[in-house]
Design a protein around this ligand. Structure first.
Ligand code: NDP
Length: 340
């Protein structure tokens, strides 16, 4: 087998000097344990935060330990009631080809209910993030304008589509022309703007002629600065992520890097009575049943579509993860892990 360990805290973009691929013996399951083989590993932006030393909302990965991550695994050998060889499970076994489990935290997957990859994407953590962030924190009303950044990604593509299902006008922000075209032409967003364009702020203002009622914040930085002045009174900003700052966090002692026009920002928050609400998907397990029911229905009826970006082999994980932080992925990024 193989695994990838965190060997140093990156200061900037993580690479092979911080993440080491190594061989490992395939572990032997003891009594009460199952041996899992990774079929899919999810790569997600939060992993960059786990590479930093300080505690954020979750414990950092310790140096020398395998990187954490959500996985879809196949049970290879079971010494535990309730699990049989060949079962497919949602797990969190991290960046490795094999792992042992005592069954805790495993969720069995039914490949007939939905493709198993969706358990890591549209029907999994990113989908739940979109669902609770938009519906519980964004509280969109029919006819309102919803803007979402990182719009073509795992979370953003769901946010925009379920906002459309609620009768909103949806404007996506993404960093490539093909991503903008994808969300408008294939997902039904009303408009999309490329934040790399030199006249991005003007284009965004034009696309949001009636202002912005809900901004689903995934990015921070210059994108946040461009959206904020467009917010309508009583607008809501579910602050989901700040990916533009993730590679700067360590350099600034765990605080997000980059100069912040904090005075202007807080002035607007007060005068326009905005709600900025941070949230973490793991606090919302109580919404899992509603989420699975609604999202499963929309998926089966074809009202909800999704895109996945599959790379082959655990050896590709580091390069693919760099791509995630640079915008090379096209949809939910997954590693298809072979029988290494
Ligand atoms: P994506 O599939 O959207 O992939 C990341 C995307 O971020 C890239 O493709 C890129 O798209 C964009 N990006 C990267 N760097 C920058 C930058 N400097 N400025 C602007 N955009 C950038 O990832 P996810 O959908 O999984 O995650 C989206 C956000 O949601 C992240 O911020 C993540 O941390 C957050 N999140 C938060 C959770 C919570 O519980 N609060 C749970 C899950 C996710 P582009 O080409 O458009 O730049």
């Amino acid at each position: 087998g193989k695994r990838i360990l965190l060997t140093a805290h990156p200061d900037g973009m993580p690479d092979e000097t911080h993440l080491r691929l190594e061989s490992m013996p395939i572990p032997q399951p003891g009594s009460g344990e199952v041996l899992l083989r990774t079929v899919y590993l999810s790569l997600d932006p939060y992993m960059r935060g786990r590479m930093n030393p300080g505690k954020s909302y979750a414990q950092p990965v310790e140096l020398g330990a395998p990187m954490v991550g959500g996985t879809v695994c196949e049970v290879m050998e079971s010494h535990r009631d309730g699990f049989a060889e060949g079962d497919l499970v949602l797990a969190a076994t991290g960046w490795q080809t094999h792992a042992l489990s005592d069954g805790s935290g495993l969720r069995k997957l039914d490949p007939k209910a939905a493709p198993i990859t969706t358990a890591l994407g549209v029907m999994g953590m990113p989908g739940l993030t979109a669902y609770v962030g938009l519906f519980d924190h964004g509280r969109p009303q029919p006819g309102e304008t919803v803007v979402v950044s990182a719009a073509a990604g795992a979370v953003g593509q769901v946010v925009g589509q379920i906002a459309k299902l609620k009768g909103c006008r949806v404007v996506g922000i993404a960093g490539a022309a093909d991503k903008c075209a994808y969300v408008v032409e294939e997902l039904g967003f009303d408009a999309a703007v490329n934040y790399r364009a030199s006249d991005f702020a003007e284009q965004l203002a034009k696309a949001c002629a009636e202002g912005v009622d809900v901004y689903f914040e995934n990015v921070g930085g210059a994108v946040f600065d461009a959206v904020l002045p467009l917010m309508n009174d009583f607008g809501r900003i579910p602050v989901c992520g700040r990916i533009a700052h993730y590679n700067n966090a360590a350099a600034s002692g765990g605080v997000e890097g980059g100069a912040s026009p904090l005075v202007r920002t807080m002035g607007l928050v007060l005068v326009r009575r905005l709600t900025l609400r941070g949230f973490i998907v793991s606090d919302h397990a109580d919404r899992l049943d509603d989420f699975l029911r609604d999202m499963g229905g929309w998926l089966r009826s074809g009202q909800l579509r999704y895109r996945e970006d599959l790379v082959q082999g655990l050896d590709s994980a580091i390069d693919a993860f760099q791509g995630l932080l640079e915008g090379r992925n096209r949809g939910k990024l997954l590693v298809q892990v072979g029988a290494d």
